[in-house]
Design a protein around this ligand. Sequence first.
Ligand code: NDP
Length: 285
Amino acid sequence: MAGHGAFLATITGSFSTPAGDNPTVVMVEAAYRHHGIDARYLNCDVDAASLADAVRGAAAMGWAGFNCSLPHKVTVIDHLESLAPSAELIGAVNCVVRREGRWVGENTDGRGFVSSLDGVVDLTGARLVVLGAGGAARAVAVEAALAGAASVAVVSRSAAPGEDLARVLRERTGASSEHVPWDGDLAVGPDVDVLVNATSIGLGDDRARVPVDLSTLSSSCVVADVIPNPPQTWLLRAAAERGNPTVDGLGMLVAQGAHAITLWTGLEPDQAVMRGALAAALATP
Ligand code: NDP
């Protein structure tokens, strides 16, 4: 973003702990460099007790915004002046933006998921099954519903978060929704257009099996996974072997980062550049 003077860069970054293995800085700075933007992204290790000071410090230093990752995605809300509508429904913030001297909480995770489906499936009127009811599942389910999905079934082994998410979807979006208890291999049904693994199954383990009976999927059902690392999960490999279209979590991670850059700088960055930088960083331990 220009306009600060020749020697005053736009500052963005991330607050989380542990932060050392978070590769977001690599893809965001690759985009800044590629587009010749005078901006920085500082990956900061901030513990829970220091979050308030970190947010105050960012305001004092004129940061354009920051990402929040674990453990701050919910608690950061106490330090913000307002929430974007979808962040309020999701109940978590992964991206904070300075607007007219005030901190606004956004959530770009679910929007990243929706963008990663561009050109693969139209969500308008689509029937989704979302596996899991944690933070990623809430973001995916809310944004898919706001993007026009007809129905979103929430499948989770813990009943309370699944029932709560289904209620939020029914009451606050145009989608119909129900909670489905997850007990054994899930039978999906031939009318489902998109199946999403939004659990943590598969993170760091490309052999971890997601309990789903894939023979119950129609051949056109798109199978998506939020797991970015490794991006070729057991679920996506098994679905591709059956001939189903698949969408990986690396695309979602890149797209949520691209949305954050747009919120902070107005730029729509080249996602291929970001994906290349991220894939290289993840491949290098
Ligand atoms: P949470 O801890 O909030 O939620 C995890 C969910 O997974 C819970 O619903 C949990 O169910 C479920 N789960 C875990 N193990 C199992 C299992 N064996 N069987 C059934 N359900 C299970 O985590 P997040 O939602 O924040 O993150 C989930 C994943 O999403 C992470 O791996 C993260 O990498 C990924 N993610 C990817 C993003 C991207 O851009 N690609 C963005 C954000 C997250 P229960 O409550 O019953 O334990």
